[in-house]
Design a protein around this ligand. Structure first.
Ligand code: FAD
Length: 434
């Protein structure tokens, strides 16, 4: 099935349109084939290109490179999370393993932007986990205990301080963590495309339709050609399941977000001229909301089981109305018509919010499923799955492989019923903070 994206994502539309787009038009052979050109696939291709400058590496994407979730996310490069799964992080040892991976993820993105002098509006301003409900302070105090034990600098804040920092009275309680970065996701992924090594051949608008392995030959079928490759890396994240990769361990979830135009000087003054900030919800289905460096407000407040290949304009409009209400609730003084664009994107989830990083058969590898936190982890997993595919090891691979592995999921229709039910329940619990 064809992936049909909206063309309304502000992050992507901030960038200069690319030229020289190549589509697969004939049969090819390669040493390496990578499917999916988001943070994961681009990082795998970059690493392989550095390791094997004389080998042929093909990277393909069903749409324009970087225009999947990697170009359409909220731009939080996180060191810690409170709500990234359907299970809570009660277990300290596992939570530490998770944050070790996040930490490696931040370092690998930082190294990338330093090595290639990338401007992606990088801001080490930390982040807030906030709620409008005073009683949620209990959740934050528990979270604070966990962070204290692991040495993360943080502090609890109440309404007065929050309204000064965020420019809204909406939130009554928050936990601020010093770690965590805000960035422009589109600029980051565009830089990864721009610096691809010369021996990486990128084909876009070239969807993998089917694949098979006979002995040591992997054969991949596309609309206008076939690629025969020795080794393959699947980096299609929300579309791993549709390609039959680890099907009983991951499922796609569709998210939608909206962004305003930049606030005018008067509008910005009316909310107290706050510095750039990012708020994450305390409950899984609450809104993620962010004030950007250039005074735009971004909101993401949906996560649902939806056809991952396409969202119709009318479906997107319905979600956009919800997001306008979310902004109005927090900033009643701002005009109604400031939302400039809305878009959808697909992520991948596992049951226990662990990620996929695996050799799934001889010469076949997969990385993905970041449960909504894939900027750093995707970049890290992309580089490290490339190393794993060369049959080498690294200290990063050891850290990644020490995590809990994804757990089994029931097949459809049971899975969809279960996930939908859970999302409705979580949405109800978070209703005040949507
Ligand atoms: C609205 C939204 C907000 C988010 N916010 C955050 C955030 O603040 N922080 C954070 O860390 N993460 C966030 N995420 C998640 C993050 O964007 C992803 O985890 C990350 O982009 C995953 O990168 P990836 O390269 O693995 O996958 P993707 O960027 O999804 O790339 C996979 C690529 O595979 C391609 N593909 C799929 N099927 C095929 C096929 N058959 N043939 C060829 N190519 C194919 C797709 O076209 C796509 O380009 C958010 C996601 C969304 C949608």
């Amino acid at each position: 099935m064809k992936i049909v994206n909206d063309s309304t994502c502000s992050w992507i539309n901030d960038l200069t349109p690319r030229t020289n787009i190549k589509c697969l038009q004939s049969n090819e052979d390669s040493e390496w084939l990578i499917i999916g050109a988001g943070y994961t696939g681009l990082s795998a291709a970059r690493k392989l290109g550095q390791l094997y400058p004389n080998q042929k590496i093909i990277l393909v994407d069903a749409q324009f490179a970087g225009e999947g979730a990697s170009g359409r996310n909220s731009g939080y490069l996180v060191d810690t999370t409170l709500n990234d799964g359907f299970t809570s992080n009660k277990d300290l040892d596992n939570y530490k393993k998770k944050t070790d991976i996040y930490n490696l993820g931040i370092n690998v993105v930082k190294k990338f932007i330093n090595d290639y002098q990338v401007d992606c509006d990088w801001n080490e301003c930390g982040k807030y986990f906030a709620s409008s409900k005073k009683e949620d302070e209990k959740i934050l105090r528990n979270f604070s205990d966990t962070l204290k034990k692991l040495g993360f600098t943080h502090n609890l804040l109440s309404n007065n301080e929050l309204s000064k920092r965020l420019g809204t009275n909406f939130y009554n309680v928050a936990l601020y963590t010093k770690g965590g970065v805000l960035l422009h996701p589109g600029k980051l992924v565009r830089a990864m495309i721009d610096v691809l090594p010369k021996n990486v051949c990128l084909y876009e608008n070239s969807s993998l339709l089917s694949w098979s392995k006979t002995k040591d030959i992997i054969s991949c079928k596309f609309k206008n050609g076939r690629i025969i490759t020795k080794k393959i890396i699947f980096a299609t994240n929300g579309f791993l399941k549709s390609l039959g990769i680890k099907s009983n361990y991951n499922f796609p979830i569709t998210l939608t977000a909206s962004m305003t135009r930049p606030l005018t000087d008067d509008e910005f003054k009316s909310i107290g001229q706050p510095k750039e900030w990012g708020v994450l919800p305390i409950r899984p289905m609450g809104a993620t909301i962010r004030m950007t460096k250039d005074r735009r407000i971004l909101i993401r407040n949906t996560a649902e089981v939806h056809n991952p290949f396409k969202m119709s304009e009318s479906d997107l409009n319905k979600r956009s109305i919800n997001q306008k209400i979310g902004i109005k609730k927090r900033f009643p003084q701002l005009p109604e018509n400031i939302v400039k664009s809305s878009w959808s994107g697909v992520v991948s989830r596992t049951r226990n919010s662990s990620q996929i990083f695996e050799k799934i058969d001889n010469n076949i590898f997969a990385a993905g499923c970041y449960n909504g936190s894939g900027i750093g982890v995707g970049t890290l997993f992309g580089e490290q799955i490339a190393i794993k595919a060369t049959e080498e090891n690294s200290k990063e691979i050891k850290t990644i492989e020490a995590r809990r592995k994804p757990t089994w999921l029931p097949p459809n229709p049971f899975l969809n019923f279960g996930v939908k039910g859970r999302l409705i329940y979580e949405r109800f619990k978070a209703r005040s903070d949507i």
